[in-house]
Design a protein around this ligand. Structure first.
Ligand SMILES: O=c1ccn([C@@H]2O[C@H](COP(=O)(O)O)[C@@H](O)[C@H]2O)c(=O)[nH]1
Length: 226
């Protein structure tokens, strides 16, 4: 894995546009994150095309189902040789254990704890009485004991999780440069620099680069802050 912690979230609908954007900023990122939007639209073919850039591929599929189904899905994406795959910690210990067992040796399996688009009120609405910090720590503990490589959490929680899981692999989305531009649907945000300082291993950045007027300049500017 490269030293550059930035993974570009390629949440763009067209494959040719995704390839063009990734090529443009390739020198300023450490990997490419392909999520549900990309995978539902372009599937295995799309992943193979992006592999041609030679950067590590992070498949952010957030798998969440019964253990047998998630393990089978992990086996089905083996052939794509992802460097990182996400599952949901809320799927429980058995699901996480089976997902890890089904993953390839070189694939890090990380569990989403609390989505960065959720705040206290959202958690209360789905019956979670803990705040995002407590809930992220609880699910990080479960993911650790299930043998996963790490977790996904916001930059607000990553410092505390790092303290209790020293060699964990921590993926942090919900990043916004301090440039006064909108947060969109993200509610628990920090700057890329803050996330790095708090212990993030990977910085997931999408719209601040992909929707910038000049994506190359935006990627360079973010890289320069790290
Ligand atoms: O808690 C989570 C988990 C995953 N994501 C994903 O990261 C990117 C963020 O995109 P931005 O445009 O930088 O907001 C996106 O692909 C999400 O699916 C997340 O945001 N939060």
């Amino acid at each position: 894995m490269s030293n550059n912690p930035i993974y570009l979230a390629l949440d763009v609908p067209r494959l040719d546009a995704a390839e063009t954007l990734a090529r443009k900023v390739a020198g300023h990122i450490g990997g490419i994150k392909l999520g549900l939007e990309f995978f539902c639209a372009h599937g295995h073919h799309g992943v193979h095309e992006l592999h041609k850039l030679g950067l590590p591929i992070f498949l952010d599929l957030k798998l969440h189902d019964i253990p047998n189904t998630v393990a089978a899905a992990m086996q089905a994406i083996h052939v794509l040789e992802p460097a990182i795959v996400t599952i949901h910690a809320a799927g429980g210990r058995a699901m996480m254990e089976d997902a890890k067992a089904a993953a390839g040796e070189n694939c890090k399996v990380v569990a989403v704890t609390v989505l960065t688009s959720l705040d206290d009120d959202d958690l209360t609405a789905i019956g979670v009485q803990s705040d995002p910090g407590e809930q992220a720590l609880r699910l990080a503990d479960l993911a650790h004991s299930a043998g996963l490589d790490g977790i996904v959490c916001s930059g607000h929680e990553v410092g505390a999780v790092h303290k209790q899981w020293k060699d964990g692999f921590f993926v942090v989305p919900g990043l916004r440069p301090d440039d006064g531009k909108g947060n969109g649907d993200q509610k628990r945000i920090v700057t890329p620099r803050q996330a790095r300082d708090n212990g993030a291993s990977v910085l997931v950045i999408g719209r601040p680069i992909s929707r910038a007027e000049d994506p190359l300049a935006a990627a360079r500017a973010i890289e320069a802050t790290l």
